[in-house]
Design a protein around this ligand. Structure first.
Ligand code: PHE
Length: 448
């Protein structure tokens, strides 16, 4: 690896991997799918999946990165035990999924920037207004969206130029504690509401009669997305760990933080909704339509709350975005010997341009050219990530660590920290449970 870009410190790694994991998935998607799928029982499935499969795969991905110390393609290649298995290097190409995700992820970060701007000029005060504002932005203002998308591209590119130590680690060391602080502050505020208890009940009292098979698939799929599994983000970060670092506790910590933050975000959002009369099952518009109206009703306090809430969301999104692009940058540097600057600029240009097409694919007047069947380019990309690219990356990681890598190498990374029993359980999960769960997910996702 290029020595100039530096290595993570222990805290820097944990916070950066937490930054990768905690993203729009936690603050935007988790609360709204919890609302759509009826609360408690859905949350229960999500928690069990994180514990049984998600955390194991996260640690497995860290094992590959930490042991390989290079870009994803080289990691798979050099960790294959003999030449006949070198074909495994192609598994490393899942690293480009990050750029695919960025084509729409950065657009959504752009929406958040727009809502931060709205907190200064005035939030919508009725649901109809809020819907109109969101629909206007979403369907009718492509150039505004492109402008904010560009801001996000520039921010992410700027951080990446700084390398691991001065760019990624430094940014996460500042933004992640800030994010935690804001969310805990909002939680304290929400705990004063009468409806806080109702929110707790909604999220944690399972009503299994509400649990459809679609809900289960969503919960499993989301546990992958939220932990950033299967596209090389975590692997690439782990590759920048010093050789002596341990990854077991770091992995658990990241899984814990990610879950903790999703649950806090859910509690805050549902407390506000129940307190001020919003519907939980509102879908993707939950934070962009229902919440702003509630905040606007609270006057000046509401404006401040709205500002910090959207700021927290932007921080969460940006720290994930950085981890989505770094695998490509590292690949271009390591394998093609590009300078970091060139690698960052070209990766950014690619996803910026496709992101522009994504914006047009949902905009009136342009969308007809960019719709395939009934799906816009936005939907096509999101769907292929959720139901194909990420499960594929996940299963490749499980098979590689469980069956291809030499067991003593895997043990060398983990046994001393895990102890025998935990290692056995983890290894079993990687060899049997995780691959089956991924197959189940991919198979059923096709049917939705
Ligand atoms: N985990 C991030 C989120 O919850 C998204 C992400 C996926 C980031 C894959 C990196 C890699 O928003």
């Amino acid at each position: 690896m290029n020595a100039q870009i530096g290595k993570f410190s222990r805290l820097g790694f944990v916070l950066s991997a937490t930054g990768a994991a905690v993203g729009l998935g936690n603050i935007w998607k988790f609360p709204y799918i919890t609302g759509v799928y009826g609360g408690g029982a859905f949350v229960m499935v999500y928690l069990v999946t994180i514990l049984l499969i998600g955390a194991s795969l996260l640690i497995a991905e860290m094992v590959i990165g930490k042991r390989g110390q290079q870009d994803c393609v080289s990691n798979f290649e050099t960790l294959s035990p003999d030449d006949s298995k070198r074909g495994w290097k192609y598994a490393g190409f899942t690293l480009f999924t990050g750029l695919v995700i960025m084509t729409f992820y950065s657009v959504v970060i752009g929406w958040i920037f727009y809502y931060i701007y709205l907190t200064f000029v005035g939030l919508p005060t009725s649901i109809d207004d809020a819907k109109a504002i969101f629909d206007q932005l979403y369907g009718h203002k492509p150039f505004l969206q492109i402008f904010f998308h560009l801001l996000s591209v520039l921010f992410v590119g700027g951080v990446l130029l700084g390398g691991i130590k001065k760019g990624i680690e430094k940014t996460n060391l500042i933004l992640i504690p800030f994010l935690l602080f804001i969310l805990l502050g909002l939680l304290m505020y929400a705990m004063n509401f009468d409806s806080f208890e109702k929110a707790v009940h909604f999220m944690f009292a399972p009503d299994f009669s509400k649990l459809s098979s679609e809900a289960i698939i969503r919960a499993v799929g989301h546990s992958f997305f939220t932990l950033s599994i299967g596209i090389g983000s975590i692997m690439t970060y782990a590759a920048a760990l010093p050789k002596k670092a341990e990854i077991y506790k770091a992995g658990l910590m990241v899984a814990f933080m990610d879950t903790f933050i999703a649950l806090i975000a859910g509690l805050v959002i549902f407390s506000f909704l129940f307190q001020f009369g919003g519907e939980p099952a509102k879908g993707p518009g939950l934070v962009f339509i229902s919440l702003p109206v509630i905040f606007a009703k609270l006057g000046m306090t509401g404006t401040v709350v709205a500002f910090v809430f959207f700021l927290a969301m932007a921080f969460a999104g940006l720290t994930s975005a950085i981890s989505l692009v770094e695998p490509s940058v590292m690949y271009l540097e390591d394998r093609l010997s590009w300078k970091r600057k060139k690698a960052v600029i070209w990766s950014s240009i690619v996803y910026f341009i496709v992101g522009v097409l994504v914006v047009f694919s949902i905009s009136d007047g342009y969308k007809d050219w960019l719709t395939f069947g009934t799906k816009s380019l936005f939907d096509v990309l999101e769907f292929s990530v959720d139901s194909f690219l990420m499960p594929l990356g996940g299963i490749l990681i499980a098979i590689f660590v469980g069956y291809v890598m030499k067991r003593d190498i895997v043990e060398g990374e983990l046994l001393g920290h895990m102890g025998n029993t935990v290692f056995k359980i983890w290894y079993f999960s990687i060899r049997f449970i995780a691959p089956l769960a991924v197959l189940f997910l991919a198979y059923n996702a096709m049917k939705i």
